[in-house]
Structure formats: structure tokens, C-alpha cells
Design a protein around this ligand. Sequence first.
Ligand code: EPU
Length: 299
Amino acid sequence: MPSLVTSLAERFPCRSQEPLASWTTLRIGGPAECFFEPAKPEHLVDLLNALAAENIPWRLLGGGANVLAPDGGVNGAVIHTGQMRRSFREENKLRLWPGVTLPSLVRGAAELGLSGVESLIGVPGQIGGALAMNAGGADWGLWDEVEEVTLWWPDGRLEAWTPEQVRPGYRDGNLRGAVVVEVLLSLKPEKEAVIRQRMESLLKKKNASQPVTLSSAGCAFKNPPQDSAGRLLDAAGMKGQREGAALVSERHANFIVNAGGARAAQVRTLMQRMHQAVADRFGIDLQAELVIWPEPEPA
Ligand code: EPU
């Protein structure tokens, strides 16, 4: 693999050996060889095309709210979307760059009297990552509000796609290797007070049932059909179980919390134990929601 620093850094400034623990909500992850922060969607596209042309491996990081970054870091490029934060109103629609944070989207939409994204209250991600995983609640996902998304494809195509073309599923944006460059959300006009009331009641519920003040990455497993992974993990006795500094929250059994200095390896082991406990007790094969980046190959 060509050295990233020599081959690209002149055209695309990057931070070398950037600790990923600073950019993930679990506060876990070793250094990224080259950490890029494009400021505009055009820069993101140029960078992706250059990385593809040079055959350099890359990973995309949004708010780091659903990622387990490896202890050994990442060889190659990590592209952080967080500098691309602009949003534009078009009547009842919002055109957003991928780094718009979910808290600012939720707050901004309420201020404009636009309803549809309230369920994302309290979720710390960014719009690009939230589309990649179809973030949301148990029976609603962000894609429900999408009119059109601009996607970059690894062969260099830049295309507008509708949700009907993308066909996202539960907690799965189904992006098939594409990258979200921009999105248009179609929202409904609603009185700001009504939206705020809904937000407050949802936030109250989440504060009571989730460890919102601790370092976590939300739910570790997807819900199986017609059930809740949290309920199953709780019934299998997983609350309070730990592996080093990684522990299963006492408040919600599908949340893994970093109690201070946890390692990715500990989280992976704890997840295996959680998976096994539910398989043994209920015969259910839980699927991970947390996106686990692999440890780098030894040199
Ligand atoms: N429950 C337990 N014990 C627990 C956790 C939950 O018995 O430790 C029970 C609850 O009492 C309730 C049921 O399980 O009867 C469902 O729990 P909850 O309402 O907390 O919802 P969930 O299905 O666990 C889903 C999403 C969350 C989202 C909430 C609220 C998934 C995997 N989880 O949780 O999303 O915040 O609904 O909308 O879809 C995430 O994906 O990261 C996430 C946090």
C-alpha cells in the first residue's frame, strides 16, 4: 500500500495517527493512520475519488455513535464527516450535508415548525451515519422521512436515489458501499409547541430507560422480530455483567458502557457472552447493531 502521507497529504490535509477514542461515543479506538475532515461535500467526493484511484483503504466515521473502533487503530484513511454541517430549508424540506448532527437537526427542525425527526432526540450521531444504519426507534427509521439522497459510488458515479431505490431496512441503510454526500428530508409542518411536547416526552422516556450520561454506543444488538434485545438480555441475567472496564448497563441490558479505559477487545468478548446468554436461554441468534471495525493485520 502506498504511504498515505506522501501520496495524498499535499492535496488533502490529514491528521496523522489521530486517536479514534476521541471520536467515538464509547471512547475506544487506537490511532487512524490518516484522519481526513473534508469541509464540503465536493471535497468529500474529490477525496473519495482520489482514495479509490490510489487503491487506498478507507473508512467513514460520522458521530462515532454506533462504531467499535479497533484497539490497534486503522491502517489507511478514516474520513470524518463532522465538518460538513450545513443545512438548507426548502419549504417543508431540509437539504442536509452529512455532518449535520442529529441533536442540531432535531432542534433546528422544531424551531422551523417541521415535524418528523423528533424520535432522534437524545441520539448523538450525524446524518450520514444515521442514514447508513437507518437510525431510529423500534418501529421508525430516519429513512421514513427521506425524499432523495445523493450517493457517491465506489466507481465514481454521483447519483440521486430515492428510498424506493435504496430499499433500507430496520437498522440498515442498505447503502451497499455508497457514501451519502447530501440528503433531502421531507418533513411535515406542525406547531413548534406540539413538536417540543413530543420531544420532551420521548426524552423523558429515554432518560429513564437508557444510560444517557455514560459513554456507550447505544444498543449493541438489533431487536429480533417482535421482541426487544434489551428485554431478552435482561431476562438472561446480563445486566451488570462486565469484561474488564466494559460493562452491561444496569439501566438497559442492550447498552454496553465504558466504565473508564475499556478496550475494544473487552467489548467484543462481552458481546460474545451476551449473544451466547440469549442463545442458551431463548434459542435466539441476536445480530449486532454496533458496527465492529476489524483489528489491523499484524505488520
Ligand atoms: N426492557 C427490559 N430490560 C432492559 C431493557 C428493556 O425489560 O434492560 C424491556 C422494556 O421494559 C420494554 C422493552 O424491553 O418493555 C423495550 O425496551 P425499550 O423501550 O427500551 O426499547 P428497545 O427495543 O430496547 C429501541 C431501540 C433504541 C431506541 C428505543 C426507543 C433497537 C435495538 N433499539 O430500544 O435504539 O432508542 O427503542 O425508541 O432498535 C439504538 O438503536 O442504539 C437504540 C438505542
